[in-house]
Structures are given as C-alpha cells and as structure tokens.
Design a protein around this ligand. Structure first.
Ligand code: ADP
Length: 580
C-alpha cells in the first residue's frame, strides 16, 4: 500500500477521524493475522511512519509477530525473544512499564538482536506504543521514521488511542482464536464419540468372530491415529494374538509387559515407549520393531479383563488424551462384542452340529419308509396275490401310517435345513392366483372328507417374487390347519392383495379359533395348541414354525392376523411383490 505523507503533522480533528477509521478497520476482523496486518498498515498511515513492527508480550518473553514497511509488504517474523532483550532499549522498557507511548530518537542498534541491527541502524525516530488490555501490556507497536521528522507530543494522544484500540482488537482476535480452537477440540471429541457409536454399530453388524475383530481393529486404528493394531485374549500373564491388522503372528503367545500387566489390573489403558515394550518372543521382535509408541487398552467385561487391544505408532509421539479416551470407549464395546461374538459362535456351532445330526438321522429313517411304502402299495394293488379283506384293512392302515411318518421325516428334514442355514430359496416370479389354485386342488380331497368349502378371492395379475415350492408348502400347511381345526364343516377362504412392495395372502377360516394363551406359542417349534379338539387330531407342532421360517427366508413374514375362540382364525402370509 502506498502511503501518502503529508508534510505537516495531521490536525487533531483529522487524527480523530483517522483513528475512528482505524478502530473500525482494526476491529473489523477476528483473524489475529489480519488484525495485526491492519494495525501495522493503519499505524504507518496514521502516523506517517516508514516502518511499523508489532510484537506480542507475555510475562517472560516477547514474540516479534510482523513488520510492515512503506512498500506495503507485511513480513511475518514469529521470532521469540527473552524479555531481557529490552534491557538495552530504555525507550521500550519504559513504554512497557508505564503503559504509555514513548517517543524518541533511534534505538540502540548495537543492543538489538543481530538480524534487526541493520534495520534499526537506519531509524532516526521511533514511537513505542504499548498495546494495552485489561491493565496489561499484551503487545507493542514500534513505529519508525527514517528521515529526520521527529514524533512530537501532539502525536502522543493519537498514539495512546491507537495502542488502546489495537490492544483491544488483538485481544479479541486472540480470544476468538482460542475459542475456535476449543470449539474445534469439542467438535473433534464429538466426532470421536460419533465414530465410536458408528463403530459399535458397524462392529455389531458382523457375525463372524474374525470379522468382528477385524472391524474393531480398523476402527481403533482410525480413531486413535495409530499405524498397527492387535487384539489378544488373556491367558494368565500371557496373551495370545487373536487378530492383527497386518495379519501376521495370529495365534502366537506373548508375555505381557509388566507395566501393561499393572495397568490392566486397574482397567486403564497404558502407554509405552519402544524401550518399555519388552519380551517379544523369539523371532517375533520384527513385528513390534517399526513402532516407537504403544497404547494398550484392556478389554474388560463385568470387572474381568478378557483381552487386550494394542495400538502401535511409528512416530515417537505420545497419544493425545482424546485418542486415549476414544480407545477406552472402543475397548468397552470391543469387550462386549468379543464376548457376544464368542457366545454366538458357540451357539451357532452347536446348532449346526445338531442340524447336521438331524439331517443324517432323518435321511436314514426316510429310506426304509420309502421301501416299506413301495411294498405296501404293491401288495394293495394285488402284486403279491389276492388279499383277504381284514389283511387289506391292516395294510391300508400301515400305508397311512407310513405316509404320516414320511411326512414327518420330510418336515424334520426341512427344519434341519432351515436351522442349519442350508436352505437357499429361489426368487422366481409367479402369479399368486396360480399357486393358490394349485393348493386348493391339493386340499380338495381333505375338504370333501369334512364336507368343507374352499374359496379363493385373488386378482389375476398379482405376482410375487419367491420360491414356488416353499410357498406351496406354506399354503398347504395353512389350508390344512384351517380345514382340520374346526368342529363343523369348515369354510376356508384364501385372499390376496398387493400392499406396497409386498403381497398379503390371507387364509381365513371359521373354525375353533385360538385362545389368547395359545396365540403366543403356536409359532414355536413342536408347539401345539392346548385345546382338547386340537390334541385329538394328529399333528407335530412343526407346521407354523416351519412356515414362518420359510416365509422369512424368502424376505416375507407369517402372522396370525386375528383369531377368536369359536369364531375362526386368519393367518396372513406376506411375500415380496414381483415387479418387472
Ligand atoms: P400342528 O397343526 O401340527 O399342531 P402347527 O404348527 O401347524 O402344528 O399349528 C400349531 C398349533 O396352532 C396347532 O396345534 C393349533 O393349536 C393351532 N392352529 C394352527 N392353525 C389353526 C387354525 N386354523 N385354527 C385353530 N388353531 C390353529
């Protein structure tokens, strides 16, 4: 910025106007650098100086922040000096002590720091203006003139004012900066907390134990700012690595460093330097070698430490407290998830083993039943000669019972596949009305036995996306129950309608209904109703359990929509709509 210099000192009124402008201008920004630049510019302009230099002061040191020459360039210095530096500059010393602007000849260049000597040597006149705020000098503005044009007593009033305005503006800007930094720290803490919550959700969504650990480590790395991480389970005074970010050394056993062992007992995380991390097992030292700092957090649950979460950082820098705190949160979640994942894995394994056993057993059972059924059919057709009536009756009963046993075996096999997650339904598109009509055709003989009526009320164009065989199985179950659980000739109606992205199929009967206690249990495995009229009929209590499982496997659901004892029941099957 070019500075116009008037040959005469400015008149007091002009000074005042000028200073109002200075005040507005200087106070117009909250960026400390900008405030400093404006103080320097305005100081030069208002007091026709050749150079202005601003320093901030604290109890024991001074920082030369910036200097501004008449050519309009601000040079940022940022150099820190001890306050002793002023011992050889009486003018400066006095200005700070009295908190009043001082004017005088040049500064003592031989006393100045070497880098300033040259600049100071050219100075003929100076004004030293303390920047005062709250009764303290928080900074200092030095205005210099290179020509023989002394500052006068008339300049003192505007200099004082400039000092006060600048002090205030500088202080505000600094406070603002501190406030911003505090807000940023608070934002960072909030972000870390959010990240911890997200991490919990993310980690919790993983069912496989190795995935749980992998996700936990990834999240811990990101939130703490580390370069490597591992999770280990505790075994006495050793730890066994369960998972590492590098994938190396999983399954290896390590002694726990004494400092960690002591810390773990208190449930707190422990920070270690490379020197404190001792006792890597033979041949494994290279794994920890790249790291200069470690942070180890206990994975504790119910007061018991079950594992350790260790972070390594390549840089030899301490972990900041916010990082330590976020690791603490993560490790609490980690411990919980680790234990849950273990329990789930154990339960799943037991379930899988049981389902496998059931599949094998049912297969073994079904094979002889098929053979027996075949011989019985052949015998009844006269394949082994003429049958007496009593023998025919016996063989017919045997055939019926064999068919029932085969049906039970088939149901058990489906249960085993469903529970063992071996059932992979297809997702075909087909018309609901077709699959319902087929089911009604299959149900007709049974309906006729009880003189029942079957009806369907479904639009012709509703399609579902599901496994056709499984939907048929579910419909057979529901329609069969509707026909069976009745004490008068049953009336069964099947409806279908589209409901958003689902199709709702209902099976409505006018049968015995279901008591409210039974409503809560009929979808359970092997659960049958408690009504005498139910228990008189053959049944396994698997039909609804299986039907619901199958519906859910296809992305649908099965509910008892309504039922009242003596007034009938309505079951509702929902399936994904089949859209083009
Ligand atoms: P099951 O029919 O072999 O007993 P399900 O799982 O199909 O097994 O049904 C479980 C129970 O739900 C039945 O025992 C019966 O008490 C009740 N139930 C199911 N459908 C009906 C229905 N339409 N009307 C009355 N009760 C029913």
């Amino acid at each position: 910025m070019a500075v116009a210099r008037s040959p005469q000192p400015a008149r007091p009124d002009d000074d005042f106007d000028e200073l109002v402008k200075v005040a507005l201008d200087v106070a117009g920004s909250l960026d400390p650098r900008e405030v400093i630049a404006r103080i320097l510019e305005r100081g030069i302009h208002a007091l026709q100086a050749d150079r202005a230099t601003l320093s901030s002061l604290s109890d024991d040191h001074v920082i030369v922040e910036a200097t501004h020459g008449r050519d309009g360039q601000v040079t940022w210095v940022g150099q820190r000096y001890s306050l002793d530096y002023f011992a050889g500059q009486p003018l400066v010393k006095k200005a700070i002590e009295t908190m009043q602007p001082m004017i005088g000849g040049g500064l003592a260049s031989e006393q100045a720091a070497p880098e300033f000597r040259q600049a100071i040597a050219n100075v003929r006149h100076v004004a030293v203006i303390p920047l005062v705020h709250g009764g303290k000098a928080i900074g200092m503005l030095v205005l210099s003139r290179y020509e023989d044009h002394p500052f006068t007593n008339e300049d003192l009033a505007p200099l004082t004012l400039l000092g006060a305005i600048s002090g205030l503006a500088l202080r505000n800007a600094r406070l603002y900066e501190e406030g911003e930094a505090a807000r940023k720290r608070a934002d960072e803490t909030a972000a870390r907390l959010r990240a911890a919550v997200e991490a919990a959700e993310d980690v919790a969504s993983q069912v496989q134990i190795d995935q749980v650990l992998g996700r936990l480590l990834e999240r811990a790395l990101a939130s703490v700012g580390a370069d490597g991480a591992s999770v280990a389970r505790l075994e006495g005074t050793d730890m066994v690595l369960e998972s590492t970010t590098s994938g190396a050394a999983v399954g290896t056993r390590w002694p726990i460093a004494p400092k960690v062992l002591a810390g773990v007992k208190t449930g707190k995380s422990v920070e270690l330097t490379a020197a404190e991390y001792t006792g890597a097992p033979e041949g494994l030292a290279s794994i920890v070698q790249p790291f200069r700092r470690f942070l180890v957090a206990p994975l504790a649950i119910g007061g018991e430490t079950i594992g350790l979460l260790a972070m390594g950082r390549r840089k030899d820098e301490p972990f900041d407290p916010a990082a330590v705190q976020s690791l603490q949160q993560l490790s609490t979640l980690g411990a919980l998830l680790l234990r849950n994942a273990r329990l789930i894995a154990q339960a799943q394994e037991a379930e899988r083993a049981k389902s496998e056993f059931m599949s094998i057993a049912v297969h073994e059972l079904r094979a002889p039943l098929t053979v027996t059924g075949g011989y019985l059919a052949m015998a009844l057709e006269g394949g082994f000669g003429e049958l007496t009536e009593p023998l025919k009756g016996v063989l017919q009963t045997a055939q019926r019972k064999t068919e029932e046993a085969k049906a039970l075996a088939d149901e058990l096999l489906t249960v085993a596949r469903l529970e063992g997650r071996a059932l992979k339904p297809s997702a075909d598109r087909f018309l609901v009305t077709d699959v319902v009509q087929e089911a009604l055709v299959r149900a007709r003989p049974r309906a006729e036995l009880s003189r029942g009526t079957l009806k369907a009320d479904i639009a012709d164009d509703i399609e579902v996306r599901a496994d056709r065989t499984l939907v048929s199985k579910i419909l057979d179950n529901l329609i069969n129950n509707a026909l069976v659980y009745s004490d008068h000739p049953p009336m069964v109606r099947v409806t279908g309608r589209r409901d958003g992205d689902q199709v709702a199929i209902t099976v409505v009967d006018d049968g015995i209904g279901i008591s409210s206690q039974d409503q809560g249990r009929i979808f359970g495995r092997f659960a049958r109703g408690t009504d005498r009229r139910v228990l008189e009929k053959p049944g396994t209590g698997l039909g609804l359990y299986l039907s619901r499982g199958l519906a859910e496997q296809m992305g649908g659901s099965l509910q008892l929509a309504s039922s009242r004892p003596g007034k009938g029941s309505t079951f509702e099957l929902r399936l994904p709509v089949g859209v083009a």
